[in-house]
Design a protein around this ligand. Structure first.
Ligand SMILES: Nc1ncnc2c1ncn2[C@@H]1O[C@H](COP(=O)(O)OP(=O)(O)O)[C@@H](O)[C@H]1O
Ligand SMILES: [Mg+2]
Length: 290
């Protein structure tokens, strides 16, 4: 294990002693598709799980080849089957690694179509199998659809992924603007950058536009950057995680920094109420907006 990886592990261990945690829900979104949400989500989930956290990743962008491709698994049944009473939560979960489970999810839209209060009650009793989850990453669809917004509203953290091309930046800004109506803090990951300088320059540009149009109320934070590297695309193609396949490559080190930034946030995540946890906690939040 390299130095950064062991630092992340030590950070997670030191946080452990502060008591039971509620699940931290982290939504990963973007304005434009194809900017690296699923790649980043999958690798982030892997790194956090390897550092000792109990992690779930929820695929809410299920129409396209997504997390199943990233993890090289087949999703048969998903959360809709559970909501319709056709499967149990434990049947749909796909174990990926120790501490890491994939939840074949659905878009907010589909969930709401089927989530009647009766089914929901039944679902919540079963969803408790995931209460021990410390971090749940939600891979949302791109864009600012009404139901994607729902995930952004209920998440503890929203991470907007963008690449430095002008169209993606414009779309990222649109997502930031909509999200800013629901929350005062948004994280940004600059993906596929050629240098740290470029990442910071583009981020500062987005921030300046946000400050001028949204105002001082919004705190935009650069959570990290990931370099453009053919090894990342190669890993995706081979259905492998680049952080696992090329642990010493630059993008893997950058992902570790991002994972450490997220692990730091968990410090204050002390459990207030057991109903806040896991998949049941996620659905409780969603249903409050039903
Ligand atoms: N840092 C990177 N360097 C090189 N290629 C990347 C990088 N990040 C993502 N990609 C490429 O972009 C493609 C789309 O990424 P993906 O995670 O599927 O996007 P999204 O989930 O946002 O639609 C991947 O298949 C991969 O080839
Ligand atoms: Mg995706």
């Amino acid at each position: 294990m390299n130095h950064q990886a062991s630092k992340l592990e030590a950070l997670v261990k030191s946080n452990r002693s502060t008591g039971v945690k509620k699940t931290r829900f982290i939504a990963i979104t973007s304005g434009k598709g194809g900017v690296g949400k699923s790649t980043i989500g999958a690798n982030l989930a892997y790194l956090l799980a390897r550092s000792g956290l109990k992690v779930a990743i929820f695929d809410a962008d299920i129409g396209l080849a997504n997390l199943d491709v990233m993890f090289n698994v087949k999703m048969k049944k998903n959360i809709l089957h559970v909501l319709k009473g056709e499967a149990q939560v434990s049947e749909i979960l796909i174990p990926i690694e120790p501490n890491l489970v994939l939840i074949p999810g659905e878009s907010g839209e589909e969930i709401f179509k089927y989530a009647s209060p009766g089914l929901f009650e039944h679902f919540m009793q079963e969803a408790h199998v995931l209460d021990a989850i410390e971090v749940m990453i939600i891979d949302t669809g791109a864009g600012i659809g009404e139901h994607t917004q729902l995930f952004l509203k209920i998440a503890d953290d929203v991470v907007v992924v963008t690449v430095p091309d002008p169209a993606a930046i414009t779309d990222a800004y649109a997502t930031i603007k909509v999200t800013s109506r629901m929350r005062g803090e948004i994280d940004v990951i600059m993906n596929q950058v050629n240098s740290a300088k470029e990442a910071i320059a583009v981020f500062e540009k987005i921030k300046a536009v946000a400050r001028a149009n949204i105002g001082e109320g919004l705190q935009l934070r650069l959570l990290g950057k990931i370099s453009l590297d053919p090894k990342v695309a190669l890993s995706v193609k081979k259905r492998m995680l680049f952080c696992k396949e090329f642990p010493t490559a630059l993008p893997s080190k950058e992902m570790l920094e991002i994972a450490a930034n997220i692990a730091k946030k968990l410090e204050h995540n002390v459990l207030v109420d057991a109903t806040e946890s896991g998949l049941s906690g996620l659905f409780r939040r969603l249903m409050e907006h039903f």
